[in-house]
Write a protein that binds this ligand. Structure first.
Ligand code: ADP
Length: 542
């Protein structure tokens, strides 16, 4: 091999904060603490304080590879923890505070965290669980306690030169399905995925943007945006605990936010709020939406009424962003309707995450065939295994090393991915599949329906049939709803029952909690007759 003659510099997270601290010192990092204080910090301050935090951690006996947890909202101190912890070679373990106590205890013990930073909002939680977490040496409250921890410390002068394969972040999947599993990302993987996040085909994070981080920093590292903002020197707005629509709209307008990201539920409720109040969000140009399927009606309203482009992407804790929501040059030239049709899908593969759909035997399904199969992924920043489970990969990965995403999907001839469903949520009616996602999107497109969830429940004749639960802001006639949905999906897919509910339970990351719904409606009794199945072939045809 003729070796290239480049410098031997490792890809390290510390280089991101060094870059921002030196080149974007005065750029704003604005945060709201859980106590309600507005803090105007800057990349310079975040960099300086992260070094001080690094020093404090070393002083507290934290070594390279040790796990240090955060149970925190999006604010400047959490951002400092992102860099202070990883900078010294310890592992940033972001815990989702909305999980049940037992799950949090499980995760903290599984990770063997040695220090936990806790927002004052979760002080009680910490007190409750501390006796069950024997490995934790210190709980630091993110208030005066944290400031004291920093004040006593000597700042790290220069970050250590780690091996880029050192573990940097640990994030457990939120456990919508099964036990949480730890995704351990290396510095190299984080820097590479951060670069992807900064590309225009990624989330287009760049120094010209003011970014509102409406994704919790405990959800897939805030989709790498806290890292990408440092890599590019973007202004960053960290909203604290309040992600209510009025708060989001106020942030956008006071901090002239140009770019944001978040799960569809956040944007659905924000749009309804804007429509109700007649407010506008003129500075916002683009949002990245993912984590669950975004209905087309959401994209239509955001773009037509508010001038906001929606980049609809697919991703997972195991890789962060897995697809690109940007229109290609060819798609840019198509009609709006054709563009929207593509936008409603979950994007196209982004460089760095290879994807394919396979049949039951593991053979790749040809793109464009329309046949759904299991979505597999591989690439340099895709998880190759889970933390602390040597055997897990036997089921989570194929024998040739691809990650089994657990999603059922199609990929069309242009490379657009459509997530049909999670394998665990797809409704198996007779021998065929019904997509709960498509039914939900069809329902949300109907007048009055603001949120919808579809689950499969046992049915004597078909094995499983769909139940639709919806939240409405005006009375909705059941037959009108089914008629309207029937225009968007095959008739035999139509739910056997529809129920109006006051709200739909969400997981800690804002997704529909189907596990909870299946439990809540386990005893549901179907009404007398099957849905009209006079057209379309299918299992429910009578
Ligand atoms: P959890 O599985 O615990 O919710 P993740 O946040 O990692 O944790 O979820 C990843 C999953 O979210 C994907 O496997 C997929 O099922 C779903 N998802 C992500 N983006 C989309 C999207 N654009 N459309 C449909 N589903 C999506």
């Amino acid at each position: 091999m003729l070796r290239g003659l480049n410098m031997d510099r490792q890809l390290l997270i510390s280089s991101l904060i060094d870059y921002a601290g030196r080149n974007h010192r005065a750029t704003d990092v604005v945060a709201r603490t859980s106590g309600g204080a507005l803090v105007r910090s800057s990349w310079g301050q975040v960099s300086d304080r992260a070094r001080r935090l690094g020093g404090a951690l070393l002083g507290a006996g934290v070594s390279q590879g040790d796990r240090v947890a955060t149970i925190a909202w999006n604010d400047h101190r959490h951002l400092e923890a992102y860099y202070g912890i990883t900078g010294i070679g310890a592992v940033l373990h972001t815990v989702n505070p909305r999980l049940h106590d037992e799950q949090i205890v499980y995760i903290i013990n599984h990770a063997a965290d040695v220090i936990v930073f806790v927002d004052p909002d979760f002080a009680e939680l910490a007190e409750r669980i501390a006796p069950q977490c024997p490995a934790v040496r210190r709980w630091v409250r993110l208030d005066a306690d944290y400031e004291g921890f920093l004040a006593e410390a000597e700042a790290v002068e220069a970050w250590p030169l780690l091996d880029e394969w050192s573990a940097a972040t640990l994030c457990y999947t939120s456990g919508t399905t099964g036990n949480p599993k730890g995704v351990l990302q290396s510095h190299r993987a984080i820097v590479l995925q951060t670069w992807a996040t900064c590309t225009a085909d990624g989330h287009n994070v760049n120094s010209g943007e003011s970014i509102l981080l409406a994704v919790p920093m405990f959800h897939v590292n805030g989709w790498a945006i806290p890292f990408a903002s440092a890599m590019s020197g973007a202004k960053l707005v960290l909203p604290g605990p309040d992600l209510s629509p009025p708060a989001i709209v106020e942030w956008i307008n006071t901090e002239h936010v140009t770019l944001s990201a978040g799960v569809p539920t956040i944007w659905l409720s924000t749009v309804q709020h804007l429509q109700r109040t007649g407010q506008d969000i003129p500075s916002l140009r683009r949002i990245a939406v993912g984590g669950s399927a975004a209905p087309r009606s959401l994209m239509d309203t955001l773009e037509d009424d508010f001038g906001v482009f929606v980049a609809h992407v697919w991703g997972m804790t195991e890789m962060t962003q897995g697809s690109s929501g940007r229109f290609t040059n060819r798609v840019e030239k198509l009609s709006r309707d054709e563009q929207r049709r593509r936008q409603a899908m979950a994007g196209r593969a982004i460089f760095g995450v290879e994807i394919k759909v396979v049949d039951d035997e593991g053979n790749e399904i040809e793109r464009g065939s329309g046949a759904p199969g299991e979505l597999l992924a591989c690439g340099p920043w895709v998880a190759g295994n889970y933390f602390g489970s040597a055997t897990e990969s036997a089921t989570s990965h194929t024998s040739d090393g691809w990650l089994r995403t657990g999603d059922v999907a199609t990929i069309d001839e242009e490379g657009y991915v459509t997530i049909v469903d999670r394998a665990k949520d797809v409704i198996k009616s007779g021998g065929e599949w019904i997509s709960s996602i498509e039914l939900e999107n069809a329902a949300v497109g109907c007048r009055g329906v603001t949120q919808a969830a579809v689950i499969g429940l046992p049915h004597d004749r078909w094995g499983e049939r769909p139940l639709l639960l919806y939240v409405a802001d005006e009375p909705v006639d059941r037959d009108d709803l089914l008629d309207a949905m029937g225009a968007a999906v095959p008739k035999w897919w139509l739910p056997n029952d529809v129920l109006a509910v006051a709200d739909i339970p969400l997981t800690g990351t804002g997704k529909i909690d189907k596990k909870a719904l299946r439990q809540m409606f386990a005893g549901h009794v179907w009404p007398g007759r099957d849905p009209d199945s006079s057209s379309d072939s299918g299992s429910a045809k009578q």
